[in-house]
Design a protein around this ligand. Structure first.
Ligand SMILES: C[S@@+](CC[C@H](N)C(=O)[O-])C[C@H]1O[C@@H](n2cnc3c(N)ncnc32)[C@H](O)[C@@H]1O
Length: 309
């Protein structure tokens, strides 16, 4: 990390002052970009907060200088609003991102000129971690988080930002399936209703023959927990959709073009939890009740599905 950035990071992660500054004043810090996100869009700041905290460690599992820089450029009281980024949670968020990075790299190894569509990308800096210099990259998010992303990150000509609800298939316009398409949804689908998730998967399977989709999920138990009445401290918004490992087979039913449903194992991390991450499927208590990353492959659609002669 550069010497200029380090004091700013310390400032961004400084413990909250005893006399909290009014929200309006904190958000007007000179030279910083104001972030007025609430509800599910605010979770983009939560994941950034955790990835950046993890990336500042000398033994980080996910080097991400751009994320570290980003938290210094946003006028948002990270600690005060979201709480301290606990090391185990920061590592878990980073390992999830690393799992997605590996899936994207594997896709680009197969389709170097392919298109990666990142649904609900928020302030994820994955492009700068995995870019191969040739891929097309489409970011899809809601209006306010997308506008914030546009102001903060230096998008190049192979990157396109689309302000659109992921549930609205208009984001699919202009995406060329012929050179390969990977649709990622990191930290998104749990915030949708179960029927909306099925429709989204079906829409992707219908639109991108030969494509791949990668998304993560929380367990059914965790989803129920987020919907219960809770008090005290920062809480992530309710997550209506949860899926256990045993539910994965139901994904086949979303669309007849789905040709493979498989688990993307979490990468190995640091310490006890980090070592447990890739083998959680073999641990009795975690076998069903754990976050998952799932990959769907979409077959080349038969004529009956595409309407082609
Ligand atoms: C938990 S954040 C994840 C951000 C990023 N993918 C990451 O991992 O850091 C959820 C993101 O999904 C976006 N989002 C929520 N609902 C959405 C929807 N219906 N359509 C598109 N984006 C949505 C939010 O604005 C936010 O950026």
């Amino acid at each position: 990390m550069s010497e200029t950035v380090q004091p700013l990071v310390r400032q961004a992660y400084a413990p909250p002052a005893h006399q909290p500054t009014p929200h309006s004043e904190r958000n007007s810090a000179p030279g910083r970009v104001k972030a007025d996100l609430e509800g599910v869009p605010e979770t983009a700041l939560w994941t950034l907060h955790h990835r950046a905290a993890e990336a500042t460690r000398p033994d980080t599992v996910l080097p991400d200088p751009r994320a570290v820089q980003l938290v210094t450029e946003i006028a948002f009281p990270f600690q005060e609003r979201l709480g301290a980024a606990r090391p185990w949670m920061a590592q878990a968020v980073a390992l999830r991102a690393l799992g997605f990075d590996r899936a994207v790299r594997a896709f680009l190894a197969e389709f170097p000129d392919g298109t990666v569509v990142a649904l609900g990308e928020g302030l994820e800096t994955q492009f700068w971690r995995v870019d191969n210099g040739r891929a097309q990259w489409v970011t899809v998010d809601l209006d306010d988080p997308l506008a914030l992303r546009r102001r903060l990150l230096p998008h190049g000509e192979r990157q396109r930002l689309v302000a659109c609800d992921a549930r609205d298939s208009r984001w699919m316009a202009g995406i060329d399936p012929s050179r390969g398409v990977l649709v990622t949804a990191q930290g998104l689908l749990m915030y949708l209703q179960p029927a909306q998730v099925t429709r989204l998967i079906a829409a992707c399977a219908g639109a991108f023959p030969g494509g791949t989709m990668v998304f993560d999920t929380v367990s059914r138990r965790f989803s129920t927990h987020t919907r219960a009445k809770r008090s005290g401290g920062h809480r992530l918004p309710p997550m209506p959709w949860g899926m256990d490992a045993a539910d994965r087979k139901q994904l086949w039913q979303a669309h007849p073009a789905i040709s493979e449903v498989s688990e993307v194992p979490l990468p190995r991390g640091r310490g006890f939890l980090g070592h447990l991450a890739p083998c959680a499927a073999a641990v009795p208590l975690l076998r069903t009740d754990r976050p998952l990353i799932t990959k769907l492959r979409i077959g080349t659609a038969p004529a009956s599905l595409t309407g082609q002669p």
